[in-house]
Design a protein around this ligand. Structure first.
Ligand code: UDP
Length: 408
């Protein structure tokens, strides 16, 4: 059964839950329509699936719509995503036509009758064209690292973004110079979801043996969509270098997202590069594999998130929450989650990653300390309850935009 707010009290304390109820009462009945571009796969879908029931529990009327798009549209928005992360791409008039066409179709089919339109990421941003007619407050929630976009990428969406009432970014360094107000809200993980809740050792063992992974050697893992920016091939290379010194196996676990057309190609490449090594487990998991991912993370000795570019990187918080030592690329929101050598390890290269894999496998006490510090950091900052509070405060801000002081 899905968790209710009171189930969070043992984890975050009664005060946090009472505060959520108080904010919910101030927003009772507000119709909040979240729109993104995929129901499954990736961090945004992960969060919405858990947040919406809790917003409804405290009295809001929240729902979740997903835009539909053609292959052309998702190929374009993937280019846009990569270009916003800094990879160069030339956008043509045809690209704009594809984007506008999909936006127009979705404007016809989606029910956008709400008080707060909460639009996630660039794909559905064009829906803001309906703003004058639909009314309500419009929020653009950006989960992407916008600190160094390629030329033309920000210009593609900025004319849309400036039509919103408010923008939300995950980290201070992603914020842009904008004519609309910006607020900073980090993403979060749900400690009670199947992805993160406690599992018994026998559940973990059963799942790992079903997936064909033996427990006879330490496990090094990366969980990520098969996406070049997550650098699965770099993980494989780093693991190979480390294995020369310490015997261990590697799990690369991932799956696709319906708005990510590159996944199959990257998966094929990773499989080829793994050379049928029996110590490499490349797992293409269906989107329902939450307990499996939980078990894989809990069975791992070291977790990698070798992102070259990253929005926030929920998988880092997921691993830290399980008390695991994490070695991660110092990209996007990852340094918010990891303080180097205190609550994890930040790396920039394959060689650096390999060095730290070897080091953490050889120094379990240090590795445990990193994991424990990381877990405390996640408890204080990156759980769903904090995220829900921040969103409700943003809604209240919009509802009282002309006030200097908002009384709760
Ligand atoms: N995830 C999943 N199955 C996969 C790969 C990833 O459920 O095969 C989950 C992962 O556990 C995390 C989210 O998808 O909760 C990925 O979020 P993150 O912020 O790390 O990266 P994104 O995919 O949004 O770039």
């Amino acid at each position: 059964m899905a968790a209710t707010l009171k189930d969070y009290i043992p984890i975050v304390g009664e005060g946090v839950v009472s505060e959520l109820e108080l904010l919910g009462a101030r927003l009772a009945g507000k119709r909040v329509i979240n729109v993104n571009s995929t129901r499954v796969g990736g961090g945004v879908a992960e969060i919405l699936g858990r947040l919406i029931p809790l917003l409804n529990e405290v009295g809001l009327d929240a729902r979740w719509e997903v835009i539909q798009g053609t292959e052309d549209f998702f190929a374009l928005t993937k280019h846009l995503h990569n270009a916003l992360h800094g990879k160069s791409h030339t956008f043509t008039a045809q690209d704009h036509a594809v984007f506008d066409d999909t936006t127009a179709r979705n404007l016809k089919s989606l029910d956008l009758d709400g008080d707060i339109m909460f639009i996630h990421d660039p794909q559905p941003a064009g829906l803001v064209r309906r703003r004058a007619e639909a009314g309500g407050s419009w929020i653009w929630r950006c989960h992407i690292d916008l600190s160094a976009p390629a030329p033309g990428a920000w210009e593609f969406i900025e004319p849309l973004v400036r039509q919103f009432d408010l923008s939300v970014f995950s980290s201070p360094q992603f914020a842009r110079t904008l004519s609309i107000p910006q607020v900073l809200v980090s993403p979060s993980i749900d400690p009670l979801s199947d992805k993160n809740r406690d599992l018994s050792q026998s559940e973990i063992n059963d799942i790992l043996s079903r997936l064909g992974v033996h427990s006879d050697k330490p496990i090094v893992t990366q969980v990520s969509r098969f996406d070049r920016l997550k650098d699965p091939v770099g993980v494989l290379e780093a693991w190979r270098l480390a294995r020369r010194r310490v015997d261990c196996q590697l799990i690369l676990a991932g799956g696709g997202a319906t708005d990510d057309p590159e996944g199959a190609e990257v998966l094929r490449e990773v499989r080829e590069r793994s050379d049928n090594d029996p110590d490499v487990h490349v797992l293409d998991l269906p989107p329902t594999s939450n307990i499996e991912i939980n078990a894989i993370q809990r069975a791992s000795t070291v977790i990698i998130q070798k992102s070259l570019k990253e929005g926030f990187g929920l998988t880092v918080s997921e691993a830290l929450w399980k008390g695991k030592p994490v070695i991660a690329g110092a990209a996007g929101g990852i340094p918010l989650q990891i303080t180097h050598k205190y609550s994890g390890i930040l790396t920039h290269t394959i060689e650096g990653t390999a060095f730290w894999i070897k080091q953490l496998l050889s120094e379990p006490e240090f590795a445990n300390r990193l994991g424990t510090n990381g877990q405390n950091h996640v408890r204080a900052n990156y759980l769903l309850t904090r995220h829900m509070r921040d969103y409700m405060l943003a809604f209240l801000f919009l509802a009282n935009i002309n006030e200097d002081v908002i009384k709760l």
